[in-house]
Write a protein that binds this ligand. Structure first.
Ligand SMILES: Nc1ncnc2c1ncn2[C@@H]1O[C@H](COP(=O)(O)OP(=O)(O)O)[C@@H](O)[C@H]1O
Ligand SMILES: [Mg+2]
Length: 361
């Protein structure tokens, strides 16, 4: 099988007064594992349904392998969809469920049977052909739904929170299996999820969405290490996000800013006087000196939160902000509420960003 490319240009969808999708443009390459990541209600499902052909765009273009599919009905697009709720026929066997999509193909009985067998083998369900969906676990049902989607040989597979109904441990296993399946099939996956860890572990690239728009597109490393906005930084992993005022900037892409009584500097851009967000990951903050380059901020420990391998030390600053400092647990015991501490932060650990969707909304 071969993957198809998907080009979406300025896609909009309104339901009456509700603007579900407000202008999405994205290029998904052939064979790519691409995720749409964002909180509930941000327009992920609506976007996917428009690519599938279940929903007509209010405005915008969708091209699959260069072909404009706007007027192509859903079942004539080289695309198939896997839903969170499996949507299997309860009274049909596993084999008949998988064969269902082949009914309009002019295949002999033997050809259809071979294709069904092949698809079930790919999802490791070859031993379950005669069972009914009700006799399978959730994970097994989702495997059957996958087989039913790939038996038709789509160039693009759309998946809408397919692991959402499964428990955490099974999700992990299926994440790895799905990624391996996508690689061996070579087809394009567009994967919708609100789970940041899922998107980071599986995707070649992902789009972080908010309020019907895309906030940033990039590789998992791009969006985690170099978030474009404070919204993206906050959505992916934990981050300290503080309001700061820019004091000045240099031509080398460095900015100095005021945080309470302290003036610090780091990477970033921003005009003097502008309000920006300082973003620092808790694991990048230290409670002991590093090198001369590091900025220092004085504060008082308010609480420690044990998390097994790491412990979060909460530090109240003179500015009134609270910083979370993540420490290996064996070193966190040195700190107790009321202790005066100095937080050390290397310039490369800090990012000055515009607020983005979350705080500008
Ligand atoms: N058929 C519909 N009629 C009216 N509003 C809808 C419909 N489908 C979705 N919406 C609204 O559009 C927005 C985006 O929904 P959706 O695409 O399902 O988000 P997500 O999948 O990211 O949770 C939400 O505010 C939702 O309530
Ligand atoms: Mg949804």
């Amino acid at each position: 099988m071969r993957g198809g490319s998907v080009h979406v240009v300025n896609l909009h969808k309104s339901y009456g007064d509700v603007a579900a999708v407000r202008g999405i443009s994205v290029d998904v390459a052939a064979g790519e594992f691409f995720s749409l990541l964002g909180p509930s209600g941000c327009g992920k499902t609506t976007t996917l349904r428009m690519i599938a052909g279940f929903e007509a765009p209010t405005e915008g273009e969708i091209r699959i392998d260069g072909e404009d599919v706007a007027r192509v009905p859903a079942n004539d697009r080289p695309v198939n969809t896997v839903f969170q709720n499996y949507a299997l026929f309860p009274f049909m066997s596993v084999a008949d469920n998988v064969a269902f999509g082949l009914r309009y193909r002019k295949l002999s009985k033997a050809e259809a049977k071979a294709k069904v067998g092949e698809a079930l083998e790919m999802v490791r369900m070859e031993g379950y052909a005669k069972r009914k969906p009700g006799q399978l676990s959730g994970g097994q049902q989702q495997r059957v739904a996958l087989a039913r989607a790939i038996v038709l040989g789509p160039r693009v597979l759309l998946l809408d929170e397919p692991l959402g109904a499964l428990d955490a441990k099974l999700r992990k296993t299926l994440q790895i299996e799905l990624k391996a399946l996508q690689e061996s099939l070579g087809i394009t996956f567009i994967y919708v999820t609100h789970d940041q860890e899922e998107a980071l572990t599986m995707s070649d690239r992902l789009a972080v969405m908010a309020g019907g728009l895309i906030e940033q597109v990039g590789t998992p490393e791009d969006v985690y290490d170099a978030p474009a906005t404070a919204y993206v930084a906050d959505f992916l992993g934990s981050a300290n996000i503080l309001n700061v005022e820019v004091v000045g900037s240099s031509s080398e892409g460095r900015v100095s800013f005021r945080l309470g009584p302290d003036v610090l500097s780091c990477r970033g851009q921003g005009a003097a006087g502008s309000d920006m967000r300082l973003v620092v990951r808790p694991e990048r903050l230290l409670l002991e000196p590093t090198d001369e380059e590091a900025g220092t901020i004085d504060g008082t420990v308010t609480r420690t939160v044990y998390q097994g391998p790491t412990t979060d030390v909460l530090v109240r600053l003179a500015s009134g902000d609270e910083l979370v400092v993540r420490r290996p647990s064996e070193r966190a015991g040195q700190h107790a509420p009321g202790d005066k501490v100095t937080v050390h932060c290397r310039p490369d650990a800090m990012l000055l960003l515009p607020p983005g969707a979350l705080t500008s909304a």
